[in-house]
Design a protein around this ligand. Structure first.
Ligand SMILES: *Cc1c(COP(=O)(O)O)cnc(C)c1O
Length: 404
């Protein structure tokens, strides 16, 4: 059974005080907290078998290699990839997207079209703009609606035989909207376009099955799902990854090197140049084990209750406006109160020990769409409680009373 108080004991940070008050951590969409079980996997690696992987004949190197490859298999199983070599370890979502974008530089030509959604994080915008500058390809934007969903009619009109790639996030980090990715993938494939899904915000709440989705590329970061920062993954279909040029040159990614010609290693090593974040990769696997131990569906169900409770609580506050009212959304509430600057409310909440995000949430185009400088974003995780939401509501009321 789901017991939030017992789960909270796995997270020592949740019992610390901030500015003399018990911490209320509601910035989970920026990064999640890390349970003891995952921290212990990291310290165990450094205490017992820290060694470089894939090259050593010695025992420690073999243990490290085994643990790293076991984590790859855990990730493969979690996302139901057909092969372990379709899972590439990266530094995170941002690097995964840059890896694909840089690979397409030699595959695109002038006049090719790329479709992006209006709901993207900057890390799923900027690499494609850079790619368009290099290749002369055109970046077109699937518009959004006032309630914070994608305009799917416009999407269909934008799709055509020149569309090479479509990039959409599975869940918007700024608004929590869950996008209809299956429909997007199916329609894009009908026109021969490939699809990259940014799963960074979805992974803590939704288990994506890459084979069922038939998605071409799926990327995520470990630190949004109880893992460490600086590690993530790129899933790609074998045939596509094989056809893509290597991203970075270096050790580990080669088959043979001479000064005349270098040949590249097979997948996944072709995209894993240099010594990776070994402890991080192992901990990524441990984080998925931890979350699957609770159950992603159990997590999503509890978070949906938190979201419903928090939405009702916040809507009771005079002048509070919520941005992002999609029917399908994760436990994220982006809001403003009257014309008060989000930063001012965020700072007062911080004094009360309540951690929220304020600003554009790396999604400036969404803020421009609503003609606001930013929002206050409270994002919930399975270790948050209903009492914490009561403290958030009381905190906002107090901040508003001080600022008005
Ligand atoms: C967090 C996030 C990213 C960026 O992830 P990094 O770990 O910083 O690379 C990209 N897209 C979405 C939707 C995110 O939530």
């Amino acid at each position: 059974m789901f017991d939030v108080n017992q789960l909270r004991e796995d997270f020592p940070i949740l019992s610390r005080k901030v500015n003399g008050q018990p911490l209320v951590y509601l910035d989970n969409a920026a990064t999640s907290q890390t349970p003891k079980q995952v921290v212990e996997v990291i310290s165990d690696y450094y205490y017992r078998y820290n060694a470089n992987i894939h090259r050593g004949v010695h025992k420690l190197s073999q243990e490290a290699t085994d643990a790293y490859e076991k984590a790859r298999a855990t990730i493969q199983n979690h996302f139901n990839a057909a092969h372990p070599h379709e899972i590439i370890f990266t530094a995170g979502t941002t690097e995964s997207i840059n890896c694909i974008a840089s690979g397409y530089a030699s595959l695109l030509k002038k006049g090719d079209e790329l479709l992006i959604s209006a709901l993207e994080h900057h890390s799923n915008i900027v690499p494609w703009q850079m790619l368009c500058e290099k290749t002369g390809a055109l970046l077109k934007v699937i518009p959004m609606t006032l309630e914070g969903t994608l305009d799917m009619n416009a999407f269909e009109l934008l799709l055509n035989s020149k569309t090479q790639l479509v990039f959409v996030n599975h869940v918007s980090n700024a608004l929590g909207t869950i996008n209809p990715i299956q429909e997007i993938i199916d329609k894009a494939h009908q026109k021969g376009a490939k699809v990259l899904i940014d799963g960074a915000q979805a992974s803590p709440h939704i288990k994506a099955d890459v084979q069922a989705l038939d998605v071409d590329y799926y990327v995520t970061s470990a630190h949004k799902l109880c893992g460490p920062t600086g590690v993530g993954m790129l899933y790609g279909k074998s045939a596509l990854l094989n056809a893509l040029p290597a991203y970075q040159g270096g050790g580990e990614m080669i088959a043979t090197v001479t000064f005349e010609k270098t040949t590249y290693a097979d997948l996944p090593h072709k995209f894993e140049a240099g010594t990776p974040n070994i402890a991080g990769g192992i901990a990524f696997g441990a984080a998925l084990d931890y979350m699957n131990g609770i159950g992603i569906e159990t997590i999503a169900r509890y978070e949906a209750e938190l979201l419903a409770y928090a939405t009702t609580a916040l809507q009771r506050i005079d002048g509070l406006k919520i941005y992002g009212e999609a029917k399908e959304k994760t436990a994220v509430i982006s809001f403003n109160v009257g014309s008060i600057h989000p930063y001012d409310i965020g700072s007062i909440l911080d004094q009360m020990g309540i951690a929220v995000r304020t600003g554009h949430h790396c999604a400036q185009p969404i803020m421009d769409f609503y003609k606001i400088p930013g929002t206050i974003r409270a994002s919930f995780s399975f270790y948050n409680t209903f009492e914490e939401i009561d403290r958030l509501e009381a905190g906002i009321r107090r901040a508003v009373a001080m600022l008005q």
